[in-house]
Write a protein that binds this ligand. Structure first.
Ligand SMILES: Nc1nc2c(ncn2[C@@H]2O[C@H](COP(=O)(O)OP(=O)(O)OP(=O)(O)O)[C@@H](O)[C@H]2O)c(=O)[nH]1
Length: 312
């Protein structure tokens, strides 16, 4: 196969809630504007996928659920890549890793000799949440190491959520990040907006720079899925949300508020909630991710808020 027939592969990395799905949407848009068909491979912690609902229904999409690509399902990743190549027509592959994945582990699978004629790896795009970075002092050493690893191997780093920090804070963060990775281009963004030129110029770091440093596998992140049976009072839900700040890093899903006709899309990242009304009935699943969580306590707290119709 000629070099030009190879499919470009972009790998999107970044910690939980940093804006990878926002970046995914941007990269899809740019590829389509360039007349190319993108395919998407995504994986999620927690066995219910929320993000895939945000990807256009007409794109080839493969999902790896229940864990990091890197530590639990490496073989599955290779077979998903093979399936995509055999069964789908696409020009560009975009892989969104879970916020808890070490990106180089995924590069290894994509660059396997198995796919040498099929894929041209274009580089790692890492999203850093400026708001999270400011609070990174409260993270465990394992999580900090992962954040640094995601930055170190990137060809392009988006310092996202620029709107949530001051100009001076943004400058300090960019300086921090540049000192960890001198080769990467760094962009300050909101909602991970980037231009087609930047994406087209991207080239991967030389192979020797992509040497894996072992990320401590003791990373103690946990993920649960809570399924609401009835509906919840929004004020009580928000009181609960404030009570778990600091332990729960990330939540996303659909929350059935008593005041709303349909469950609302709910996104929560490091203390910051966002609600979006839906105009159809979505499954009432909430993915909860954090460190050192008590599943029993969280479920019993939510059970208390979750009121069935007949009890209201
Ligand atoms: N204020 C602000 N919010 C943002 C920005 N970018 C993304 N968000 C919000 O941050 C939340 C997380 O964004 P996602 O794009 O889903 O992040 P993610 O990295 O894919 O999240 P995970 O898949 O859970 O790791 C959502 O509520 C977004 O709307 C930004 O630039 N500014």
């Amino acid at each position: 196969m000629r070099e030009t027939n190879k499919k470009s592969v972009f790998l999107l990395s970044g910690f939980l809630g940093s804006g990878k799905t926002s970046l995914l949407k941007q990269v899809i848009k740019i590829q389509k504007e360039n007349g190319l068909t993108p395919a998407v491979l995504m994986n999620e912690i927690g066995s219910v996928s929320i993000d895939s609902e945000e990807v256009d229904k007409d794109l080839p999409l493969a999902e790896l659920l229940d864990g990091c690509i890197c530590c639990t399902i490496q073989d599955k990743l290779e077979s998903q890549l093979q399936n995509l190549l055999l069964n789908e027509k696409f020009d560009v592959l975009i892989i969104e890793t879970t916020g808890a994945a070490h990106p180089v582990e995924v590069v290894d699978a994509v660059m396997s000799p198995l796919f040498a004629d099929s894929f041209e790896f274009k580089g790692i795009l890492t999203v850093v949440d400026a708001w999270q970075w400011k609070k990174k002092g409260s993270f465990s050493p394992q999580i900090l190491q992962l954040l640094y690893e995601q930055v170190k191997h990137a060809s392009l780093i988006l310092v996202n959520k620029e709107d949530l920090v001051s100009e001076m804070e943004a400058g300090i963060i960019v300086g921090d990040i540049q000192s960890l990775n001198k080769k990467a281009q760094i962009l300050l963004t909101t909602h991970a907006k980037l231009s087609s030129e930047i994406l087209n110029q991207l080239s991967p770091l030389p192979k020797q720079e992509l040497i894996k440093t072992r990320v401590n596998k003791e990373l103690s992140l946990q993920a649960f899925v809570y399924t609401f049976k009835g509906s919840v009072n929004q004020v009580q839900f928000e009181d609960w949300m404030r009570s778990i700040e600091g332990e729960v890093y990330r939540m996303k899903g659909y929350v059935p508020f008593t005041s709303e006709k349909y469950p609302m899309l709910f996104q929560y990242s490091f203390g910051m909630p966002v609600y979006l009304p839906e105009d159809m009935n979505m499954p009432k699943n909430l993915v909860i991710i954090g460190e050192g969580l008590s599943k029993n306590k969280i479920f019993s707290d939510l059970d208390k808020l979750d009121v069935r119709k007949e009890e209201e």
